[in-house]
Write a protein that binds this ligand. Structure first.
Ligand SMILES: Cc1cc2nc3c(=O)[nH]c(=O)nc-3n(C[C@H](O)[C@H](O)[C@H](O)COP(=O)(O)O)c2cc1C
Length: 168
């Protein structure tokens, strides 16, 4: 699949087939994530891959919009490692770039994903940190459900009124 096709097809997928996701495909997604740009090349990301059903169910309760994890075959908790930081204020932008790469790679591999926001909501970051027993320097950025699905569909959102040429 060409990149432009993956960009167009990607949608939030909240229901998945029960088929497990192959480890090589997970690694391919994380390879794409780690290819992202980051401020001072700080690469502050880490990833916790979860297949344990009880743990996925627990994570699905972190807030009311995290329910897709309860039935997904795989979850990825995307993390910040504060020890990596060289340009602290930019960390969320760095990790957002990484997860977009990850989601596009997933489409190319025939997978669907949904991003469930955690950072910067401190009480949700604290809950995930507790649930996953993260070390002190490691924070939760977001939760991702991953699995096979045919629900990626193109929806054209281009809106020329959002584009300003030369002057606003
Ligand atoms: C920062 C962020 C947080 C999000 N949090 C959730 C969430 O908690 N639960 C959920 O089902 N979708 C969540 N989404 C997915 C959005 O609802 C979705 O991207 C948006 O409705 C556009 O639909 P699409 O992804 O199918 O194009 C989140 C997306 C982003 C970027």
């Amino acid at each position: 699949m060409e990149l432009k096709e993956a960009i167009k097809l990607r949608r939030s997928v909240r229901k998945f087939e029960s088929t497990p996701v192959e480890r090589e495909k997970v690694e391919e997604m994380l390879r794409a994530a780690m290819q992202a740009p980051s401020a001072h090349n700080q690469q502050p990301w880490e990833f916790l891959v979860v297949e344990d059903r009880d743990k996925l169910k627990e994570l699905s309760q972190v807030h009311q919009f995290a329910t897709p994890l309860a039935e997904a075959p795989l979850g990825i908790v995307v993390l910040l490692n504060r020890r990596q930081l060289k340009a602290e204020p930019f960390w969320q932008q760095d990790i957002a770039a990484a997860v977009q790469n990850m989601m596009l790679q997933a489409v190319d591999l025939g997978l669907g994903t949904v991003w469930m926001g955690i950072a910067p909501v401190e009480h949700n970051m604290a809950r995930v940190k507790e649930m996953c027993q993260l070390p002190e320097d490691v924070e939760a950025f977001g939760l991702f459900a991953v699995g096979y699905s045919d629900r990626n569909r193109f929806k054209d959102r281009f809106d020329s009124s959002r584009v300003h040429w030369e002057t606003y």
